[in-house]
Design a protein around this ligand. Structure first.
Ligand code: IPM
Ligand code: MG
Length: 368
């Protein structure tokens, strides 16, 4: 079959890891007889440098006419001035909003062969397999007013935490549906002891749970969740939460897997008509790590998070389950055989470069 994929390498290590994702996508195309038509676009800091804005219209149009988007990372010290008018991150946020990517899925898996790479004890990590569903187009990130000003008593600033019933309901539905296909446990994370939006969230979660009687719903305050994620992570199945809490908890959860370089993500748009758990649907796929400017251009970044994001893309936006599994098992085989990039290697001397890791995965999936 033919598919169109928008490829946005971005900044820092973004282009390096995306090149390996593309390598793997092409290996899948060759093995299964699919043609992936790739359209490249600029986003983030390099787009600011080239045309003054972090999300040029051509890039947005390219994404809108594609079946899915593969993104590297945006940002870097060059564009970090707090007084700057535009920031690379604005490009990513605008993409999320304009492409209506409200559901961010961040699975956290502990590969048995990497259990010693995490600072968390192996006994705590045994059996960890959870997924965090983060609401991505609402809350503090987008609520208005959002501004800074000079008052008579000094400088002041405001961000707004706002959620509508519709926004809460649709992300909870995604959480319940995912739980149905897994261990049937959903943890809804909020701060209902303090925040009105959280009290609304909790109420709606109870209502929505009536449609999913096979799923056990539990509510957890976000501070407790932050503790439980490290104390007893194997207890979680699906976690659903609002934008800012999800941002923080997913970085925390990534420590479980041994490296930020291991975690993929999918950001999904509503399915046309909002009818239910139907796939494939449009989505953007990116590693959860950032642009890592400190190691950019050295060829040492771990491309597995991007490669695993490609697997999610094959599954969720292109409807290619077998192909997705082929990528995921190639990653597992490579790790089990001891192939490591520097971030997960015990000794740097034997670490693979970014390109060598991509080659390894492409070779395993093509030949085995
Ligand atoms: C993430 C990142 C982004 C976010 C930044 C780069 C805007 O931290 O995807 O988790 O805060 O959502
Ligand atoms: Mg983050």
């Amino acid at each position: 079959m033919n598919f169109s994929v928008a490829v946005l390498p971005g900044d820092g290590v973004g282009p390096e890891v995306v090149a390996e994702g593309v390598k793997v996508l092409e290996a899948i195309g060759a093995k299964f007889g699919h043609a992936f038509e790739l359209g490249y676009g600029i986003v983030g800091g390099n787009a600011i440098d080239q045309c003054g804005e972090p999300l040029p219209k051509e890039t947005l149009d390219l994404c809108l006419k594609s079946d899915a988007v593969l993104l590297g990372a945006v940002g870097g010290p060059k564009w970090d001035d707090p007084k700057a008018k535009v920031r690379p991150e604005d490009g990513l946020l605008a993409l999320r909003k304009k492409l209506r990517l409200f559901a961010n899925l961040r699975p956290v898996k502990v590969y048995p062969s990497l259990i010693n790479s995490s600072p968390v004890k192996p006994s705590v990590l045994a059996g960890v397999d959870l997924i965090i569903v983060r609401e991505l187009t609402g809350g503090l990130y987008f609520g208005r007013p959002k501004r800074r000003w000079q008052s008579s008593k000094g400088r002041a600033g405001v961000d707004t935490l706002r959620y509508s019933e519709h926004e809460i309901r649709r992300i909870l539905n995604i959480g319940f549906q995912l739980a149905q296909g897994r261990r049937k446990r959903l943890t809804s994370v909020d701060k209902a002891n303090v925040l009105e939006t959280s009290r609304l969230w909790r109420q709606i979660a109870e209502e929505v749970s009536q449609d999913y009687t096979d799923v056990t719903l539990e509510h957890m305050l976000v501070d407790t969740a932050a503790m439980q994620l490290i104390r007893n992570p194997a207890n979680f199945d699906v976690v659903v939460t609002e934008n800012t809490f999800g941002d923080i908890l997913t970085d925390e959860a990534s420590v479980l897997s041994g490296s930020m370089g291991m975690l993929p993500s999918a950001s999904l748009a509503p399915e046309p008509g909002n009818k239910g758990p139907r796939y494939p649907r449009f989505g953007l796929y990116e590693p959860i790590h950032g642009s890592a400017p400190d190691i950019a251009t050295q060829g040492i970044a771990n491309p597995l998070a991007t490669i695993l994001s490609v697997a999610m893309m094959l599954r969720l936006s292109l409807g290619l389950e077998r192909e997705a599994q082929t990528v995921e098992s190639a990653v597992e085989i490579a790790l089990a055989r001891g192939h490591r990039t520097a971030d997960i290697a015990d000794d740097n001397a034997t670490a693979l470069t970014t390109g060598q890791m991509g080659d390894t995965i492409a070779k395993i999936l093509s030949t085995e």
